[in-house]
Design a protein around this ligand. Structure first.
Ligand code: ADP
Ligand code: MG
Ligand code: MG
Length: 195
């Protein structure tokens, strides 16, 4: 991945997170602690600032820096999860992985850290179908559609990981905030790839 495409992807995520921060926070207020939009906005604003001053030659370098910044700036569950995902994607690209292989490496990093599987009502429910769709088609728009479907499919689930799991059955009937932000991540990739 070229550095310009990686920058466009990350800047697209930052713009979407800024625009949708209130919605993400409201989803998290229903089944968590009401900070998901705040967490991600702080993180991606810091990423945009970090990238602006950095001379980065490849997409891999851009995404490693993205991940490292998220890890250092965002607390809660989502900072380390998104941070390690972008670090893993970037590192894989630096080792000449294809984008499909790199996205799979990002998913592996998320699951290694958070231990969530599909159906646990987390961002993994959007990430797994997105990675599978990209592996099958090489099409970021197909991956974005799969992520959005996975996001919507979290509504009837009972959470088994993260803060929402403390609610037990009361987590049913709400869309997972992290799956929602993960859907924005793939929508931004599709937009950047199409531009
Ligand atoms: P916190 O819950 O610490 O306040 P955020 O609100 O920023 O963190 O993020 C919450 C989101 O993190 C959840 O909606 C869920 O998608 C995701 N999440 C929580 N725990 C895990 C986990 N173990 N694996 C994957 N995703 C998780
Ligand atoms: Mg929260
Ligand atoms: Mg929190």
């Amino acid at each position: 991945m070229e550095a310009d495409l990686a920058r466009a992807w990350v800047e697209g995520i930052a713009a979407a997170v800024r625009e949708r921060a209130d919605e993400l926070t409201q989803l998290d207020a229903a089944i968590g602690d009401g900070d998901h939009g705040v967490n991600l906005r702080r993180g991606f604003d810091a990423v945009v600032a970090a990238l602006a001053g950095a001379d980065l030659a490849t997409g891999g370098e851009v995404l490693v820096k993205t991940g490292t910044t998220l890890v250092s700036k965002v607390g809660g569950a989502s900072g380390p999860l998104y941070g390690q995902a972008f670090r893993a994607i970037g590192k894989a690209l630096q080792q000449d992985a294809t984008l499909a292989e790199a996205l799979r490496a990002g998913l592996d990093a998320v699951q290694k850290l958070g231990k969530a599987v599909p159906g646990d009502k987390t961002l993994v429910d959007a990430l797994v179908p997105a990675v599978e769709a990209f592996e099958a088609t090489g099409d970021a728009a197909a991956a974005a559609r799969a992520a959005a479907d996975g996001m919507r499919a979290t509504v009837p689930l009972q959470a088994r990981k993260g803060r929402a799991s403390y609610l037990g059955e009361r987590s049913v009937g709400h869309q997972d905030p992290g799956a929602t932000s993960m859907s924005l991540v793939f929508a931004a990739l599709a937009d950047a790839a199409a531009a």
